[in-house]
Design a protein around this ligand. Structure first.
Ligand code: ATP
Ligand code: MG
Length: 192
């Protein structure tokens, strides 16, 4: 084992004993919420942490740069659906998709297999009342009590005050300038 390998070698029990699991929220109307979560996950994986990202708003048909990178790094990413969901004209369907995706989040949280979980756009579904905030917070509280070293990152605009209150770390991305407003469309490697 070389010195770098030694530095990054750890026993999960020691890690857990020395780690305070954080509930982290990336919110606000500026760009950077999901990419910041991905950066965090990249850092964590480099330290040997087991990570998983579940995306509420992306479908299996969305294949972004980060999905290819995650595959290379062996990071588990789940996108929720079939590409025909999140049709805002069908709130019943949206609610059912949110519910199914949240069930997967619960399964991953309760498994005890992970060190960091990212629920991308969970905040969006909360802010649109597709899942009751209190129900989500109560599950997060229970899981965090049972697994005090587990890090959970949630992203999305308009974080409700109850979530901000419950979190350990909240960062608001503030929109100062975005190229979209000068007519520059989403670009490969930057947006997807
Ligand atoms: P990213 O995935 O790039 O970190 P994000 O997660 O902060 O962005 P979302 O709210 O998930 O942003 O929106 C996704 C897309 O919307 C991104 O491609 C992003 O560039 C674009 N976007 C984010 N903020 C703005 C804005 N203020 N004006 C226009 N487009 C935006
Ligand atoms: Mg995002």
């Amino acid at each position: 084992m070389n010195s770098t390998e030694k530095k990054y070698k750890w026993r999960r029990e020691d890690y857990q004993e020395n780690t305070k699991g954080l509930l982290m929220v990336h919110t606000g109307d500026g760009k950077g919420k999901t990419t910041c979560a991905l950066g965090l996950m990249m850092r964590a994986v480099g330290r040997g942490l087991k990570c998983c990202m579940i995306q509420f708003m992306k479908s299996r048909n969305d294949r972004y740069g980060e999905h290819a990178s995650a595959e290379k790094l062996g990071i588990e990413v789940h996108t929720m659906g079939d590409g025909f969901t999140w049709d805002t004209k069908n709130p019943e369907q949206d609610r059912a998709t949110a519910r199914a995706t949240w069930s997967l989040c619960i399964e991953k949280m309760r498994s005890g297999d992970y060190d960091m979980l990212i629920f991308d756009e969970l905040v969006y579904v909360l802010s649109y009342n597709m899942l009751p905030v209190e129900e989500v917070l109560s599950e997060l509280r229970a899981v965090r009590a049972a697994q005090p070293a587990l890090h959970i990152v949630v992203t999305g605009r308009d974080a409700p005050p109850e979530l901000i209150q419950a979190a350990d770390l909240v960062t608001e991305m503030r929109d100062i300038k975005h190229p979209f407003n000068t007519g520059i469309r989403a670009q490969q490697g930057i947006e997807f």
